[in-house]
Design a protein around this ligand. Structure first.
Ligand SMILES: [Ca+2]
Length: 270
């Protein structure tokens, strides 16, 4: 069975001028907040900043193509392949409280802030399945393999304030950048906000199980599971700040990026 889903979502971002040099915002469907607007559910955050200075001038766009193929259980196995091709861009980071870090005086410079959102994940592939091994009397094998593209991050240098707006967020020009030392990487930076890509992710998990039938309704399940079978080191994106001694050096695993891990289990049913 094949399923295909395509969706596109444009989401304005509510931006609020704090009165100094910062602009922050939250996603919001409204275009302009009237003075004294009381839609507390949506605007509780920006109301604190002064509603007379707010306007929905940020925007983002999310496009995705989702495919899924299912093979129902027959001939001793079932399987599923899911894939999503996605593109998430805008003139904010999309993280809920985005800032216009390139603002200079009254000019927000949002055109220069265009780029991938912090959640832009180009490829997402999952292959999973389970098999009942014939002639074994109850031996099962299950697997799931996952692949994710890396997230975008910004190559910058907080040593200088190139645009002199008192905000130390000044993306470096496009080009190839490298870290130094152990686990350093090289990235091709497109320039601007989120112009570089962090490491991708892959993990394969396996499960082996056997069911002993003990007569009547009683049974004993014995199973072993191994997570991250290939023991791949799935790193988080490094810092893109050239000022840091860890510039483009992989220093931490991404959340949930565990080394190879195994566990054994028993389950007695009666
Ligand atoms: Ca700056």
């Amino acid at each position: 069975m094949l399923e295909i889903l395509i969706f596109s979502l444009s989401s304005p971002f509510f931006l609020a001028n704090t009165g100094n040099s910062r602009v922050v915002g939250v996603p919001c469907a409204l275009e302009i907040l009237p003075p004294g607007g009381q839609d507390a559910a949506k605007l509780a955050y920006v109301q604190r900043l002064g509603p007379e200075r707010t306007a929905a001038i940020g925007n983002g766009r999310n496009d995705a193509l989702m495919l899924q193929v299912d093979k129902r259980f027959s001939n001793h196995f079932s399987a599923r392949v899911s894939y999503t091709l996605a593109d998430s861009r805008g003139n904010t980071t999309g993280d809920g409280t985005p800032q216009a870090n390139l603002q200079f005086l009254d000019d927000l410079n949002l055109d220069d802030y265009e780029g991938p959102t912090n959640f832009d994940r180009r490829h997402n592939l999952v292959i999973s399945g389970t098999s009942l091994i014939p002639k074994t009397g109850g031996l099962t094998v299950a697997w799931i393999a996952r692949y994710l593209s890396g997230l975008a991050f910004t190559i910058q240098d907080t040593n200088t304030d190139a645009d002199r707006n008192a905000i130390l967020f000044d993306p470096l020009p496009a080009g190839s950048y490298s870290g130094t030392g152990t686990n350093a990487i090289t990235v091709d930076n497109e320039g601007g906000r989120n112009g570089a890509r962090g490491p991708d992710f892959f993990e394969l998990d396996l499960r082996l199980g056997y069911r002993f039938r003990l007569g009547g309704s009683r049974s004993l399940d014995v199973f072993g599971e191994v997570f991250n079978v290939t023991n791949r080191a799935n790193f988080d994106s490094p810092t893109g700040d050239r000022r840091s001694t860890n510039f483009l050096v992989l220093t931490a695993l991404r959340p949930g990026g565990i080394p190879m891990t195994g566990q054994l289990g028993l389950r007695f049913a009666f």
